[in-house]
Design a protein around this ligand. Sequence first.
Ligand SMILES: [Zn+2]
Length: 100
Amino acid sequence: MLRCAWCMKKIKENDPVYGLSVKFADGVDYSGSEGRMIHIPLSTRNTSVPMVVTTKESEAKKQGTDGIFALCRGECWKKMKETIAKEITTFEYSKDITQN
Ligand SMILES: [Zn+2]
């Protein structure tokens, strides 16, 4: 079961999921957790949030994505994107992977 990385609400199977793809900053390495859900610390929020680490072979990884956040709605997605932009020691950038 996925949880929204912003509000922690459970995302049910048939609910829409908003994906936010991130690239880690230099020196940040979660390759030991490939393909798994981890909790990544966000210093600006003083908490850890769930994120899926992409695997080496995945299409997402080939396109520069190190991890993916799942968000339950557009509002959470937007807030997470703004937060990622501030977490410069952990993330290089984030990008949209959902069209709607
Ligand atoms: Zn949410």
